[in-house]
Design a protein around this ligand. Structure first.
Ligand code: FES
Ligand SMILES: [Fe+2]
Length: 333
């Protein structure tokens, strides 16, 4: 689909903010499961603020406000995991992963509000696919859509998940927009032609198809994208999970897998090739993956609310319109 826009005046760079938008809401992968042990506690930056991340002895993960509801001590400086709780260093109040106050060692009666609801702000957490996901909403609203099922990430007939992580110096919306920018695949990535592509918004999901079935993508809110690369009957899945660190920094993690074809088979070689290709490590005739080229653009660009588009561009404005629904406050552009 092609879209054109009429702009009356082209803004110069000094009139543009690099990353003008707030943090959107959605599910975001915050860490690999294997990188947070039971009993571990860590200061954590995400969604343009500080948190404390911990895992209780029961395996439950908490991502909470770092400032104790009692007198405001910072739980990430001297706090500890005690059993299944996070314990404040100052007076040893204890909280569970949902933020309920579970113990005040010197109180006869728990304060009234602490008996009725969690007193330490904590985000909803789901652990799946070897990853920890947090639901972030700036107004504290509960999840409005689920984490998608991706069967191949849990299938023993697939190669063990390979993972990568990149810190990208731009806001999360810009990274997703790449998926509908078909023209750059030729000029930045060096693909022989601009592949045909389609985009379709469907509630909290956005579907893309690049190269008539070569890359079939599904976005689930701003933080989860499933991209399936298909070639000669082999599918390689890229599960991409960008997380806003702040308004100008996005920690993007990717997980890759494909069916565990026997070594030496043609299918195995295709799966490996699609994987290498997608991380930009493939040699030869193929186009470059995002790692080698997109980062140069992302780290340095500015967002244009009114881009000067042409008829060969992909459905950029449709994508932006879809993405807007994940901002809790009205935004311009
Ligand atoms: S400030 Fe945390 S227990 Fe007192
Ligand atoms: Fe790209």
């Amino acid at each position: 689909m092609n879209e054109m826009t009429t702009v009356e005046r082209i803004q110069t760079g000094d009139e543009l903010e690099r990353c003008p938008f707030p943090i959107p809401f959605g599910w975001f992968m915050i860490e690999e499961s294997a990188k947070l042990a039971a009993g571990e506690i860590r200061n954590f930056k995400a969604f343009d603020r500080e948190w404390v991340l911990f895992r209780g002895e029961d395996g439950k993960v908490g991502l909470t406000d770092p400032y104790c509801p009692h007198l405001g001590a910072h739980l990430g400086h001297g706090g500890e995991v005690v059993g299944n709780h996070i314990r404040c260093p100052f007076h040893h109040w204890e909280f569970d992963a949902e933020g309920w106050c579970k113990k005040i060692p010197y109180a006869k009666v728990m304060p009234g509000i602490a008996r009725k609801k969690p007193v330490l702000k904590a985000l909803p957490i789901v652990e799946r696919y070897g990853a920890i996901f947090a639901w972030y909403h700036p107004d504290g609203i509960d999840p409005t859509f689920p984490i998608p099922d991706v069967p191949e990430l849990e299938d023993p007939d697939y190669v063990p998940i390979r993972r990568g992580m990149w810190d990208i110096g731009t806001m999360i919306q810009e990274i997703g927009e790449n998926g509908v920018d078909y023209a750059h695949l030729k000029f930045l990535h060096g693909s022989p032609e601009i592949p045909p592509g389609t985009g379709r918004a469907d509630g909290y999901k956005f579907q893309t198809d690049i190269g008539e079935g070569f890359i079939v993508g599904e976005h689930h809110g701003p933080g989860i994208q499933i991209m399936r690369f298909n070639k000669d009957g082999v599918t390689m899945t890229m599960f991409s999970t960008p997380m806003p660190v702040d308004r100008e920094m996005t920690r993007t993690r990717m997980a890759f897998t494909f069916r565990n074809y026997a070594e030496g088979t043609k299918e195995r070689a295709i799966g490996e090739h699609l994987y290498q290709h997608s991380i930009g490590a493939a040699e030869g005739e193929d186009s470059a993956g995002f790692e080698s080229v997109d980062l140069i653009v992302w780290d340095n660009k500015k967002y244009r609310p009114q881009p000067l588009l042409c008829d060969g561009d992909g459905p950029i404005l449709m994508w932006r319109q879809w993405f807007k629904q994940f901002y809790a406050e009205p935004i311009d552009g």
